[in-house]
Design a protein around this ligand. Sequence first.
Ligand code: NAD
Length: 259
Amino acid sequence: MGMLNGKVAFITGGASGIGAGTALRFAQEGARVVLADVQDEEGERIRDEIRGQGAQALYVNCDVSDPESVRKAIEATISEFGQLDIVFANAGINGVWTPIDELQPDEWDKTLDINLKGTYLTVHFAVPHLKRAGGGSIIITSSVNGNRTFSTAGASAYSTSKAGQVAFMKMIALELGRDNIRCNAVCPGLIHTNIQERTEQRHTEEIGIEVELPQGSPALNEGEGDPVNVADTCLFLASDLGRHVSGVEIYVDGGASLL
Ligand code: NAD
């Protein structure tokens, strides 16, 4: 008996890294999962992997910064599975890490549009369906960066978006409690995904500067975390195990931000 039997989960950024790892974990626990992303090939590959394990999955192309795109993706979820119980607003980019006097307005906008406005849009279009289901769980991927750790100089747009997600999460938890909808955030430390490579590539190839990324989780002496570490925390928050937990951010960083 899976912990998420009978549930439908909508996961943005589900084609890669933390989103894909969480989709696989949720599916193992009996959920029907929807992967919403802009990377069609990768998303379809993860969908097929989940289906290959005997679970139900759907991939939808969805740009979380575009209202119409998010609305359609939620609509596709409902027409495929008829309900929605769990929302994982996880899609995100690191943006450009650069000194504030060099950070361009369009880069600021892009980071805030995907990370923060994308979170709002996902929740906005999902909530009516969670209410219709009689309740649900919303999980937002924020970060240690902007909430507890401020060591990555140049990450002002990213950190602002990640701190904004936590404030948004708390307001939503307050607002939706009476509808039996819980809302929480996971704040990962350094997790091994494609995001680092994408960030390094953009910096070196497009902007021509080297970026030094933080290394590992020294408190646990085990280097980078794995997406499954975040996925297990999300499973706690999505399932009945987390039934009395709402309005909190949980740091999944191996204790790194204590140092
Ligand atoms: P990732 O790059 O592997 O996955 C992010 C996914 O989001 C990708 O599949 C990408 O295509 C998708 N995405 C990007 N823009 C999108 C858009 N406009 N619409 C829909 N999808 C879009 O990276 P990840 O590390 O798995 O990142 C997931 C989340 O975790 C992000 O919000 C990130 O900020 C956060 N996070 C990651 C780390 C880390 O160390 N990896 C640490 C803290 C927080």
